[in-house]
Design a protein around this ligand. Structure first.
Ligand SMILES: Cc1cc2nc3c(=O)[nH]c(=O)nc-3n(C[C@H](O)[C@H](O)[C@H](O)COP(=O)(O)OP(=O)(O)OC[C@H]3O[C@@H](n4cnc5c(N)ncnc54)[C@H](O)[C@@H]3O)c2cc1C
Length: 390
């Protein structure tokens, strides 16, 4: 077993860290603006990400992406997670399942996303269907040459800047869950509300309605009935990336809290000299160290050809659950170490306190991750705990 980064990974981490530091210089501007940054600035940051080789990291190099393995993506996303205000959305990460598109879909949808000319968003959740997507009420009804889409989608991350959406809807009388490419400019698509959330993210999470939207047959992704399969594949990767980003955010918070504890004096001594503060610092270090190791392990396993996708799915849930909950504990302690300043929005720990909360909700809540892990344990035993032997 060799846990060292390769020289290429050391270089990748350095480039990702340099880019994340650039993003951090715009955190206060994003916070003051309530999220969005000016378009020309986003374009400049996009070019910088491309130059650093950290744009579209999950797409193959032959299509213009950075062509990174899941392990390498974890290395990058850990650094990105240190930036607040979801600035890590700027170095775009196309939905992994776009890679399943046929040649025409690739030319029309994916390649322009990799070139930063267009943007995608994934729309599964509905007002009545969150944790249980099978209760979704969006439908696709057969019509000449395609489908008529009707329904409503909520919380569509980056839907405000997206050019097209991947919409999950039940197709035909058999109600087969299917993913449809839907151009946002298509007739019948309406962005009805962009709610204000707890975080001030650079991009929003709007709500959409679809009224008799005509979708051509050729704009079905992966075939009719493949919706859940593809969504599950998207979840596995994205849950691992949430684990990576929350580890990164927690590490930054700890670095800031350590620095503050060493510099701040009360009762004639550095607060770092007080054992109640030391205990909080130590607990943070433990939360971060174990979750970093596990997230790297699962990402490494994901890149092996013999990894069972079902067990991998449960391992990604384990990483997401553990890391997001640990990051919640870490940021709570770090804010406490900052005292009143930790409650001031101009301090990164305050923003992280608000921002890390959603990591226990999106891409499946903590309760749903527990259900996935328990289901795997019941069906296939404790192999979800095992390290690969071959
Ligand atoms: C900022 C943000 C961005 C998002 N981005 C996207 C996106 O891009 N695309 C998308 O499709 N969705 C997105 N979502 C939706 C997100 O995935 C859902 O909010 C999440 O899956 C939970 O669904 P829900 O909000 O409907 O809660 P519900 O499913 O109604 O759950 C409410 C509570 O009940 C619990 N619960 C539900 N079922 C069970 C059970 N069987 N056992 C125990 N507890 C249970 C849940 O854990 C939760 O605590 C986003 C959400 C947010 C907040």
């Amino acid at each position: 077993m060799d846990m060292r980064y390769t020289p290429e990974q050391v270089d990748l981490k350095r480039r990702a860290a340099g880019y994340a530091e650039l993003l951090m210089t715009y955190e206060n501007q994003a916070e003051d603006a309530g999220g969005p940054l000016p378009k020309d600035l986003v374009a400049e940051l996009t070019r910088a990400a491309m130059k650093a080789g950290v744009y579209a990291i999950n797409m193959p190099a032959r299509w213009g992406g950075a062509g990174l393995s899941l392990l390498d993506q974890v290395i990058v996303e850990e650094e990105f997670g240190k930036a607040t205000n979801c600035l890590w959305d700027i170095p775009w990460r196309p939905a992994n399942v776009l890679a399943h598109g046929d040649e025409r879909q690739r030319e029309k949808y994916l390649l322009p996303v990799i070139r930063a000319e267009r943007f995608d968003a994934f729309a599964v959740t509905e007002p009545g269907a969150g944790s249980d997507p099978s209760s979704g009420r969006s439908t696709a009804t057969r019509t000449e040459g395609g489908w008529l889409l009707n329904g409503e989608k909520w919380f569509v991350t980056c839907g405000d800047i997206a050019d097209f959406l991947l919409v999950q809807a039940d197709a035909g009388p058999e109600r087969q869950p299917t993913l449809f490419f839907v151009d946002k400019s298509a007739e019948g698509v309406a962005m009805t509300r962009v709610p204000r959330f707890m975080h001030s993210a650079v991009n929003g999470h709007p709500e959409f309605t679809f009224t008799d939207v005509l979708v051509a047959d050729e704009d079905v992704l992966g075939g009719v009935g493949k919706g859940y399969e593809l969504t599950k594949e998207w979840f596995t990767d994205e849950r691992l990336m949430i684990a990576a980003r929350t580890v990164g955010a927690a590490e930054r918070a700890l670095q800031l809290a350590r620095g503050w504890a060493l510099g701040r004096e009360q009762f004639g001594s550095r607060i770092a000299d007080y054992q109640m503060i030391q205990a909080m610092l130590a607990d943070c270090a433990v939360d971060i160290a174990v979750n970093r190791a596990y997230t790297h392990q699962v990402a490494w396993e994901a890149g092996r050809p013999d990894t069972d996708p079902k067990t991998l799915h449960a391992k990604a849930s384990t990483a997401k659950l553990a890391a997001s909950e640990a990051a919640g504990r870490v940021i709570d302690r770090c804010l406490q170490i900052f005292g009143g300043r930790g409650y001031d929005r101009s301090y990164p720990v305050e923003r992280m306190y608000r921002e890390l909360r959603v990591d226990r909700i999106w891409e499946g809540t903590s309760e749903i991750q527990r259900l996935i892990i328990a289901n795997e344990l019941i069906k296939r035993g404790t192999r979800v705990l095992a390290l690969p032997t071959r």
